[in-house]
Design a protein around this ligand. Structure first.
Ligand code: K7E
Ligand code: CUA
Length: 629
């Protein structure tokens, strides 16, 4: 069986099982149906089912989606999980923002993960991408950048929580982010977008811009520490990797190093930078690097003329950079130019060996329409490019575009579909992996204008689902979303193995449990108050609908840490802890331990309560803290 057949089978079985279960409950209610079904009704239902069998966006109540979608939340700073094709929002994962439901950014565990940037309450997430093995998603991690604060974070897909965060040094604004696709995701790569003085110490004023640089950033995916950086000419925008583990490519939109819009768009051509991973690792090993800004991160010199990089001129201000799933091409999207530039990855060895000129690697530059930003692919050699200015998606055939470039009379454009409105990224089901399956395309439209009920001057964006399984693209669903899904990725559910309960040994709260041990506390048994000078640690368990401790006393001005362990073994029973009037809220998942620290700055009785619905007596799940003056 092919992967797809296997997946289809897997879904069928799972849905059949679930239907059996739902079938029973349906029978109970059957007696209530007033009018008998007519033959015409059955016939029209059968017809509808047959039509749905092709590629239906309709997911019946109780049925599960075939794909997980990971959506960036843009300047909301979060990541969202969507069900595809239903477009139901399944979960939100707070990352660079703070979140009062889960306590992300408020709890001690999340502050430890955020580390040196724990004081930052905002972020701008753009590009979620999953770790891979041999060019296929492996369901382990999703990485996401924060353009606003130059950070990269990692989400662990077994628990769907952020578990690592890194502030990238020596740069400003992490933009494009991708992963090494093969042999496995050893590195996460990302672009430093805004060029800054090296060193950036304020000593040289603002007039002289000759020391301004952008850096390409290579991060160890497992440790989430900087591996190295590569200094380039021009700035950097988007990036992607090949399927051989050899090359990365990035677009540059400001090769002029201009400091304002006019200066940034004077040159007719900008470039795509190709990075050779082997050359970079060799330079690193040979110690051919410098350090800047007083930190010890190695910065390699990949400017023009270097052995680490090649610069391929392309029409000015390219934006998206996308690798075709057959591993043959990098596609740089023109933005200001109506074209995309197709770079042959096979020719890059020759380019690095100086056997060909940089432009010889460009095998076609098809004209697609106005404002090409990002390109996605199916499994039949077709590409789908968003046209921001035309508010369309152009479907085109890659080989035909190359043949046309070589003089053959072929029309490489297959179709143009109106989308609503101004699409940025688009993404096909598994289209950035070897397993591209040509079933679904998402268009992330920046505007919704008149597509939904008006909700005041601020409107939602519009994420559109397009069926690409046939010859023609068909728009099948509009989905309003909040600011601002720049990018998304779609992974088949067979690749995902999320947990139902937290492992008691989970590293996310390991330090909290280690502190408990130092306090002589077993968090699964004990309900205890430990005083440590002005610091008070309150350990309590929780089983629906009770906390293990209904009251405790502290003194005015104490720094209080409440540590709650959820002993419920039942899936989907999450407790909360909220101390009224203190801005203290958090989630404690089943079998998890979570803690939060605050100052007891108000004398008297303070109620705490469970703020996640857990039981018929959930309202009664509360207790008192006495703050003694
Ligand atoms: Cu909005 Cu990928 Cu940040 Cu394009 S980026 S649209
Ligand atoms: Cu525990 Cu609500």
């Amino acid at each position: 069986m092919s992967n797809n057949e296997e997946n289809a089978k897997h879904n069928e079985l799972e849905n059949a099982d679930r239907r059996k279960f739902f079938g029973k409950t349906a029978l109970v209610g059957a007696g209530a149906v007033a009018a008998p079904m007519t033959a015409a009704m059955f016939a029209s239902m059968a017809k509808a089912n047959a039509a749905e069998a092709a590629n239906s966006p309709f997911v019946h109540p109780g049925d599960l989606d075939e794909y997980y979608g990971f959506w960036s939340g843009g300047h909301s700073g979060e990541v969202r999980i969507m069900g595809i094709p239903s477009m139901r929002e399944l979960m939100r994962i707070p990352v660079f923002n703070i979140d009062s439901a889960t306590g992300w950014g408020l709890t001690d565990e999340s502050k430890r993960i955020k580390g040196d940037s724990a004081h930052l309450l905002a972020g701008d997430s753009h590009h979620p991408h999953m770790s891979m093995t041999d060019g296929s998603y492996n369901g382990k991690y999703v990485f996401i950048n924060d353009k606003a604060n130059s950070r990269v974070a990692r989400i662990r897909c077994d628990v769907m929580k952020c578990d690592k965060m890194l502030t990238v040094p020596n740069i400003q604004a992490v933009h494009g982010l991708r992963v090494q696709k093969a042999p496995y995701t050893k590195y996460v790569v990302c672009n430093g977008e805004f060029e800054i003085p090296m060193n950036n110490d304020g000593k040289d004023g603002m007039e002289d811009v000759s020391t301004y640089r952008s850096l390409y950033n290579v991060i160890n995916a497992e440790t989430m520490e900087m591996a190295f950086q590569v200094m380039v000419d021009g700035n950097l925008d988007n990036t992607d990797a090949d399927y051989d583990g050899k090359y990365f490519a990035s677009t540059c939109y400001n090769s002029e190093m201009g400091m304002n819009l006019g200066e940034m768009i004077t040159a007719e051509r900008d470039h795509v930078v190709i990075f050779s991973l082997a050359a970079c690792e060799a330079a690193l090993k040979a110690g051919k690097y410098k350090t800047y800004n007083g930190n010890n991160v190695p910065v390699l010199d990949g400017r023009k003329g270097s052995e680490l990089t090649r610069y391929i001129p392309v029409p000015k201000s390219p934006h998206g950079l996308n690798t075709s799933p057959n591993g043959e091409y990098f596609v740089a999207n023109g933005k200001l130019s109506p074209t995309v530039s197709i770079i042959s990855i096979k020719k890059l060895d020759d380019l690095f060996a100086n056997k060909i000129q940089p432009r010889d690697a460009v095998v076609a530059e098809p004209e697609l329409g106005l404002g090409p930003l990002h390109t996605a692919f199916d499994n039949k050699g077709n590409a789908f490019t968003t046209l921001f200015l035309d508010s369309q998606i152009a479907k085109w055939n890659v080989q035909d575009a190359i043949d046309a470039h070589n003089g053959k009379k072929v029309n490489y454009i297959r179709q143009k579909l109106d989308v609503h409105y101004q699409p940025g990224h688009n993404h096909t089901s598994q289209g950035e992996t070897r397993d591209a399956d040509g079933k679904w395309l998402i268009s992330l439209c920046k505007f919704s204008k008149d597509r939904f009920l008006p909700v005041g001057p601020l409107r939602p964006e519009n994420d559109q689902l397009i069926d690409i399984s046939g010859d023609e693209m068909k728009l099948v669903h509009d989905g309003p979303t909040f600011a601002e899904p720049h990018d998304c990725m779609i992974v088949h559910r067979s690749k995902m193995k999320p947990l139902k309960l937290w492992p008691r040994t989970d590293p996310i709260f390991a330090e909290t449990i280690a502190q408990a041990k130092r306090d002589g506390v077993d968090v699964y048994m004990d309900n205890k108050v430990i005083r440590d000078g002005k610091k008070v640690r309150v350990y309590m368990t929780s089983i629906a609908p009770n906390y293990g401790m209904n009251e405790f006393k502290v003194k005015l001005g104490d720094e209080v840490t409440v540590i709650v362990t959820n002993l419920d073994q039942v899936e989907d029973v999450t407790h909360g802890f909220c101390m009224t009037n203190h801005g203290v809220q958090m989630e404690i998942g089943p079998q998890a331990t979570a803690s939060i620290t605050f100052t007891a700055n108000q004398p008297g009785v303070q109620w705490y309560y469970c703020n996640w619905f857990c039981h018929a007596l959930h309202m009664e799940m509360r207790g008192r803290m006495l703050v003694e003056a």
